[in-house]
Design a protein around this ligand. Structure first.
Ligand SMILES: [Zn+2]
Length: 135
């Protein structure tokens, strides 16, 4: 009796694990494009990198997908992670993005856009939340 109970528990756990991994894949494809959610900001970022002669980075902008909100909890923080984000401080390039924040590039990929706490940050965060983007 107890043995079969354990077996069914293992089976259930395995099923959950499969579901989670499938969900991970779906989410990856479903991450919304930055240009669809925040077209104005997306173009600003693109222009910014063109201005810096970083065509390798400006070329990425149209394909950037928003992965999640910054988890700091400040309601005025508009920072968010992109699909290509990998935590690797060794290969980090930081750009001061106009006066509104910073852009972090990891191993040549735009990974994180920091929008400093501000009215603009609040607007960005609200827009992301409206589009069901969470942490
Ligand atoms: Zn934050």
């Amino acid at each position: 009796m107890q043995l079969s109970g354990q077996f069914s528990l293992i089976r259930t756990t395995a099923k959950i694990a499969i579901k989670v991994s499938q969900k991970g894949v779906d989410n990856m494809e479903d991450f919304p494009l930055l240009i669809d959610i925040l077209p104005h900001l997306s173009n600003r970022i693109k222009e910014y990198f063109i201005g810096k002669c970083r065509i390798d980075l400006s070329n990425q902008v149209d394909n950037l997908r928003i992965k999640g909100l910054c988890e700091c909890g400040d309601p005025d923080c508009g920072s968010f992670y992109l699909n290509e984000y990998v935590k690797n401080e060794d290969k980090l390039e930081g750009f001061n993005f106009e006066e509104i924040g910073t852009i972090e590039v990891y191993k040549g990929k735009i990974g994180f856009v920091e929008i400093f706490p501000s009215n603009f940050g609040y607007e960005i965060r609200s827009t992301l939340k409206k589009n069901n983007i969470s942490y």
